[in-house]
Structures are given as structure tokens and as C-alpha cells.
Write a protein that binds this ligand. Structure first.
Ligand code: NAI
Length: 247
């Protein structure tokens, strides 16, 4: 069924694989990304997708702002259709050992990774429960499960997602709406591949699968959790990390 699926951070490393996966699964995939991006970057992304055979609209917003999220969801609703699938994927890191962490580093990460989940979900949730169908997937991280030195801000936001999901799952499952998370390990996005070769080698040596994950391996789980037939899976987390950490 052609349901509208919105992916925040949709033109980033994992987001790109997600919108492509959702479009290939027959969804009307829409990317929402940061309104501070250079227009050339957005144009290039759109052209690259076209060259691959994907026609994916990009809408710009700031997920840290409730008003901006309200505006973009309204616009997508009017121009594309009602949002039935939401993937809260936008996220940033501002790493620092805690004794040096600034209030700005704390604030930016909490606002981008966690406020965003409220800001976006709140716009689409009432429509979903009213229509008795919806799928929400929040992208967490292995470092939200196990913690990571230098990432107390980031780990706090990612594990915050689990509590949010478990609470909301209880409110909405009888309304046909599910909410789950995916916790990726180290995935071979540009950002991760840009890590200094010797450091990256050490990271990979610590992964039982002995390789980085592929963005498409995360996208596959997004497609699975948002399937029409996934209505009995809720409040759950799928860890995809090559055996790095279990829960
Ligand atoms: P990325 O940096 O390639 O993509 C993130 C996207 O979010 C970017 O396109 C960026 O423009 C957008 N964004 C940032 N701030 C925004 C804002 N205020 N408003 C709207 N959009 C905003 O990162 P990547 O690797 O694709 O990560 C996606 C998600 O997956 C993040 O939540 C990240 O924490 C999570 N993750 C990634 C892992 C990896 O190995 N790449 C591992 C575990 C989790």
C-alpha cells in the first residue's frame, strides 16, 4: 500500500538507505533534513537519487524546533499525503569527556537527538491513532545500550529513546500504531569510513563480525518494522551490530 513514510535526517548516511529501502518497498518515501544545509548539497542528493531511479522529495526543517516540525509535517500532509510512517533518524554527536563537556555540547545533542523525537512524533501521532494505523521507528545506538566514554550526552539521548518507546507503545498499540527502535553498531557511512585508518582498524577488530555494517542492513530492519504485517511488534529494539553487544 502506498503509505507516506517520512525519514528525518533523510539525506544523511543511514537516512539515504532508509528512504531508498522504503521507496523500493512501495512506500512514498520523503526525506526531511536540516534547513541549514546548503541548497547545492540538497540538489546534488536529489540528482544522485534520480540517477539511481529514485524520485524522493526533500523537505527542510529543524527537528530541534517544535514549530519547524509542525510546519514541515503540515506541508508534507498537504503536498504529498498524510504521514503514516515516521522514522526519527536525525542525530548528531558532540563528543567530549564529561569533565570538559560544555552546556552547548549537552544541549545540542539532547535537542537534536531527543527533543526531535517528541517534536516530530507529536505532529503525526494523533492522526495515526485516529486512523487506527501508524508505524514509528526511532534510531538509537549501540552506545545507548552499553554507554561509551566521551559520549555521555549522546548515550543519554539514545537510551532515552527506549523509555519513550516503551511508554508510548503501551498507549498506542490498541490503536494500530507501533513504535520500535533500531540500535545500529558501527555502520560504514561516510562519517565512519572517514575515521583514521589505524583507529578504524582497531574498531573493526573489536567487532565479532570483523566488518562494518552496511546502511542497507539498517534500512532492511526499518522496512520490516514498518510493514503492514508488523503490527504485533511494539516497544521492541532491534540491535544490528555484528555481535558487538547484546541485550
Ligand atoms: P549523518 O550525519 O550522515 O546523518 C544525520 C542527518 O541528520 C544529516 O543529514 C543531518 O543533516 C540531519 N540533521 C542533523 N541535525 C538536524 C536538524 N536539527 N534538523 C534536521 N536534520 C538534522 O549520520 P548517520 O550516520 O546517517 O546517522 C543517522 C542516525 O543513526 C543518527 O541518529 C545516529 O546517531 C544513528 N547511528 C549511526 C551510526 C553509524 O554508525 N553511522 C551508529 C549508531 C547510530
Amino acid at each position: 500500500m502506498s503509505r507516506v513514510a517520512v525519514v528525518t535526517g533523510g539525506i544523511g548516511g543511514l537516512g539515504t538507505a532508509m528512504v531508498k529501502g522504503l521507496a523500493a518497498a512501495g512506500r512514498i518515501a520523503v526525506a526531511v533534513d536540516y534547513n541549514g544545509l546548503k541548497p547545492e548539497a540538497v540538489d546534488k542528493w536529489t540528482a544522485d537519487r534520480k540517477a539511481e531511479g529514485f524520485d524522493i522529495p526533500v523537505y527542510l526543517a529543524d527537528v530541534t524546533s517544535f514549530t519547524s516540525c509542525a510546519e514541515v509535517c503540515k506541508k508534507i500532509g498537504e503536498e504529498i499525503g498524510l504521514i503514516e510512517i515516521l522514522i526519527n533518524n536525525a542525530g548528531i554527536t558532540r563528543d567530549s569527556m564529561f569533565h570538559k563537556m560544555t552546556p552547548e555540547q549537552w544541549d545540542q545533542v539532547i535537542k537534536t537527538n531527543l527533543y526531535s523525537v517528541f517534536n516530530m512524533t507529536r505532529q503525526v501521532y494523533e492522526g495515526m491513532i485516529t486512523r487506527n494505523w501508524g508505524r514509528i521507528v526511532n534510531i538509537a545506538s549501540v552506545n545507548g545500550l552499553r554507554g561509551q566514554a566521551g559520549q555521555s550526552n549522546y548515550s543519554a539521548t539514545k537510551s532515552g529513546i527506549y523509555g519513550f518507546n516503551k511508554a508510548l507503545a503501551q498507549e498506542c498499540v490498541k490503536k494500530g500504531v507501533t513504535i520500535n527502535s533500531i540500535s545500529p553498531g558501527y555502520i560504514g557511512t561516510e562519517m565512519v569510513r572517514a575515521i583514521r585508518a589505524d583507529v578504524l582498524e582497531k574498531v573493526i577488530a573489536g567487532i565479532p563480525a570483523a566488518r562494518l555494517g552496511e546502511p542497507s542492513e539498517i534500512a532492511r530492519a526499518v522496512v520490516f518494522l514498518t510493514d503492514d504485517e508488523a503490527g504485533y511488534i511494539t516497544g521492541e529494539d532491534i540491535t544490528i551490530n555484528g555481535g558487538l553487544y547484546y541485550h
